[in-house]
Design a protein around this ligand. Sequence first.
Ligand code: C5P
Length: 228
Amino acid sequence: MSVVALVPAAGRGERLGESVPKALVPVRGVPLLVHAVRGLLSARGRGSTGCVWRVVVAAPVSDVDTARNALAAAGLPALVVAGGSSRTESVRLALDAAGDATIVLVHDAARAFTPPEIIYNVVSAVTAGAPAVIPVLPVADTVKRVDASGMVVGTPDRSELRVVQTPQGFAADVLRRAYATYPDDSTTDDAGLVERLGVPITTIPGHPFAMKITTSFDLALAETMFPG
Ligand code: C5P
C-alpha cells in the first residue's frame, strides 16, 4: 500500500484577516502548513514506521517557493505544487502529482493540529478495506434550518448529525473516479463527491484538536492550546 497525503493549502484565508495566505500564518512562530505536514509525517501505529509515505502540498501560486522553503527548513520532505483557484482544483492538481498512490488522504492545512493518531486511524480503516473514511464529531449545539429571510423552517435531529474533519481517506481509484466524474464541482467536501458515486463512507471518531483554523478567534485559541 502506498499512502500519499494531499494537502490543499492554496486558500487565501480571508476570514483570518492576515496579510499572508492562511497556510503560512504562524502559530508559535511556525507556519500552519509546517504543523500540518509534520503531523502527517509523524503518524504511526505503536512501534511501527510512519503510515504516510509521501506528502503533496498544493500551495498558493504566489507562494510555492515560500512553502517549499518553510518545509525544507523544518526538515519535512514534501512535494509542493502550485494550487488552483478553488479547493477542488487544488486537490485535483495535487492528485495529479500523487503518482502511484493506492491510498490517498486529503488533509486541510488549516487543520494543522490534528493528532497523529487520528491520521493513523484513518489510514488503518482504508487499509482494512473501507473505500472512504472520514473523522467526525457529534454536534454539540442545536441546529436549525432557516430560509433566505432567516425564518426557521426545520430542526434536524441532532443525534443524526456529525461535523466532518480531515484527513479524509480514500482508496485512490475511488477519489480519482470522483474527481473525473464531477470535474466542475466546487465542493470543500471530498467525501461528498465520493458519496454521490454511491460509495459507502465510513466514519471514525475525530478529535477537537482537528479543528479548522478559520477565524482570528481560532488562531488565538491555537496559540494558547498547541505546541510550537
Ligand atoms: O477556505 P477553507 O478554509 O474552507 O479552505 C479549506 C482548505 O482548502 C484550506 O486548507 C485551503 O488552503 C484550501 N484551499 C486550496 N485552494 C483554494 C482554496 C482553498 O487549497 N483555491
